[in-house]
Design a protein around this ligand. Structure first.
Ligand code: ADP
Ligand code: MG
Ligand code: MG
Ligand code: MG
Length: 403
């Protein structure tokens, strides 16, 4: 047996790998296609035409492509992604692709093919509603965030598990691109000319805002509550009318419970704001779809809160979990963190390195700039007022009155 050394796969070697692993028969006729969107990773779909059976091979590249340039990026994130997917599959198997094989040296994960579903961001931009989405994501959040935390896992075991998810390079990306660079005139920012002076006045000149963001960044750096997904935007979720799956946890690490919840809510909010332009000539449909998105916000949090509460009562790991008021205090803290992180995520998508298609695809320039200004104003409001926005209803009211 040859020692495997890292090399980026191509369609030919991807097929060879899947045959060597006996995922298919040697004489099967297979096709391979690279379907990734290609800044950090390769994604191959391997299809056995005769049976229609297929798998996905995801491989990390040892660098990230950023605006024509590239910076080195650890392959260990592929191991972390595989191990996170496998752990998550134990907790919520209906919402997680099954991993069939992983190889840290090749930086490869082989998993279920979900091509029969659509990436949520694309579906929402097209104005499609997904009736199971909010309940599924609320359940996903409650089960993963509870059972990987000191509330739902043996506290010694949690310390041991957390050592497998030390992810310094991917955390650094979030630390810089979400919490720092957008709040300063940094060269990684990507700001439309017409927006520049607005950003200078509304974001960069606001010292109280920066103080609040510093506190939120400190939480991201220090609050090792649970194993978070770390990149739970609407591009990391596959959906249909019947199913929901969460992919792409390469940013997983032990962080605050509110981080994943905030990421998801922020991306729903950004789609909500973008629909002002996408559906501008269909006021009836716009109102309906926006109401659906507000319901997604409400149901996601409500289901999370209910499920988290019932898990807390059923599986207490600590005597203090039965003390009156501790659950309520914990949920209030999670919510406050959620609102603050959502605000940071909204802002960074408007002026940071990576935009979102929901907004960038608005072709009419004044309409796009208007949406970005609304988003920046709203994101800032969430960060500054997270202590007062104590319920999901208050958040929904702010989102719907802001736009
Ligand atoms: P990245 O980390 O580079 O963003 P993702 O895991 O998000 O990689 O995958 C990039 C794209 O590849 C997805 O948007 C989707 O189109 C496709 N893809 C990834 N995983 C699967 C899967 N299990 N089944 C089908 N398509 C997938
Ligand atoms: Mg991508
Ligand atoms: Mg992705
Ligand atoms: Mg990714």
């Amino acid at each position: 047996q040859l020692e495997q050394v890292y090399e980026p796969l191509n369609t030919k070697t991807a097929i060879e790998l899947s045959k060597n692993l006996q995922l298919f028969d040697l004489h099967d006729e297979l096709t391979a296609e690279e379907i990734g969107d290609g800044n950090l990773n390769l994604v191959f779909r391997i299809l056995h035409i005769e049976s229609g059976n297929s798998i996905i091979i995801k491989q990390a590249l040892p660098y990230a492509k950023v605006v024509g340039d590239s910076w080195p990026l650890t392959l260990d994130r592929a191991r972390i992604e595989s191990e996170s997917l496998q752990r998550t599959y134990q907790l919520v198997p209906k919402l997680t692709p099954k991993v069939y094989y992983n190889d840290p040296k090749l930086a490869v994960t082989i998993m279920d093919d979900l091509s029969h579903l659509i990436i949520l961001r694309k579906g929402l931009i097209a104005g499609h509603q997904y009736p199971k989405l909010a309940k599924d994501i609320g359940t996903f959040l409650a089960h993963t965030l509870f059972f990987n935390s000191d509330y739902g896992m043996n506290q010694q075991e949690k310390k041991i598990q957390s050592s497998r998810f030390i992810n310094p390079e991917l955390c650094k990306i979030t630390e810089d691109l979400v919490f720092t660079d957008p709040f300063f005139d940094h060269d990684t920012n990507n700001i439309e000319a017409e927006l520049k002076s607005f950003v200078e006045h509304v974001i960069w000149a606001d010292q109280p805002l920066k103080l609040e963001v510093a506190k939120l960044k400190k939480l991201f750096l220090t609050k090792a509550e649970t194993l978070v997904h770390g990149d739970l935007h609407t591009g990391s979720i596959f959906v249909s009318q019947e199913e929901t799956f969460v992919i792409d946890p390469e940013f997983a690490y032990y962080g605050p419970i509110g981080f994943d919840i905030g990421a998801f809510l922020a991306n729903i909010i950004l789609n909500y704001l973008s629909q002002d332009a996408h559906l501008s000539d269909q006021p009836q449909k716009k109102a309906e779809f926006r109401q659906y998105l507000l319901d997604v916000l409400t149901t996601t949090w409500t289901v999370f809160e209910q499920e988290f509460t019932s898990l807390w009562i059923s599986y207490p790991q600590d005597a203090f979990m039965k003390v009156d008021g501790f659950l309520e205090q914990t949920l209030a803290d999670i919510w406050k963190d959620t609102v603050g992180f959502a605000g940071c995520k909204v802002i960074r998508r408007m002026i940071g390195l990576a935009g979102v298609e929901d907004v960038e695809s608005i072709k009419d320039s004044p309409a796009r700039i208007a949406v970005k200004k609304q988003a920046l104003t709203l994101g800032k409001h969430l960060i500054l007022n997270r202590h007062e926005l104590t319920t999901i209803d208050k958040l929904v009211k702010v989102v719907s009155s802001n736009a």
